[in-house]
Design a protein around this ligand. Structure first.
Ligand code: HEM
Length: 202
């Protein structure tokens, strides 16, 4: 029973940003520029969920919260969902399937090129999250592939950094978070080992 409530709560927390966007859509509270607002909000939540996915491993291992590990895949898939919706908003609503314009954007705007690259890397991670696919891979290959999530998060931060025009404090903050999470997984991470939990698998 406790596990069910916990699972439902995690699901609700992951879906909350999307439900809020939908609610604001119905009440007409998506600001004067709704497309830009939705595009940016979904991108930001994509990046936040990517950071959260990375943080889960660390919290489970060093924060003595091994139960968190059972939600890592779900949180990672929500990151994928937010980034996919972000991309769909860009393709369907902002550019109305104008593929020539989109191709020009990808070629001419480095932040779009990097965003697309990050999305392309995210797809195989989402596909191999399915148990049936995971079982077909060796655990070593699976782990190696899923380490790409760090690179994807870094690309997400660069994408964000390149697109902001004046105040770079927010992308720099996310960059700092990703670097700390990455450093904690490197040999440097042994500094945290005191509270390590061997039961939690990487
Ligand atoms: C892992 C992949 C991605 C992440 C984490 C990500 C994240 C973000 C973030 C954090 C923002 C800024 C939000 C804000 O200003 O509050 C943003 C904006 C944006 N992203 Fe992405 N994004 C990704 C992929 C993509 C892709 C694939 C595209 C489209 C090809 C794209 C197009 C845009 C656009 C057009 C903006 C708004 C630019 C503007 O308003 O000037 N992003 N994204």
């Amino acid at each position: 029973m406790r596990a069910r409530v916990e699972s439902a709560l995690v699901w609700l927390l992951c879906a909350a940003p999307l439900l809020l966007i939908l609610a604001w859509g119905f009440t007409g509270d998506l600001t004067a520029n709704p497309v830009e607002f939705v595009l940016r909000d979904l991108g930001l939540w994509g990046l936040r969920f990517l950071c959260l996915t990375l943080a889960v491993t660390l919290l489970a291992k060093y924060g003595r919260m091994p139960r968190l590990m059972r939600y890592r895949r779900r949180i990672g898939l929500w990151a994928f969902a937010y980034v996919t919706l972000h991309l769909l908003t860009y393709v369907v609503i902002a550019h109305e399937f104008d593929w020539a314009e989109i191709a020009t954007d990808i070629a001419k705007r480095p932040y779009i090129t990097i965003g697309m690259g990050a999305f392309a890397l995210l797809v195989p991670l989402a596909v191999t999250s399915a148990n049936a696919v995971r079982r077909k891979m060796s655990p070593r290959a699976w782990r190696k592939l899923h380490r790409l999530v760090y690179l994807i998060a870094i690309m997400g931060v660069i994408h964000y950094f390149l697109l902001v025009k004046a105040d770079t404090s927010s992308p720099l903050l996310y960059g700092g978070i990703v670097l700390v999470l990455l450093a904690a997984r490197m040999p440097l991470g042994s500094l945290f080992k005191g509270a390590g939990n061997r039961a939690v698998q990487r």
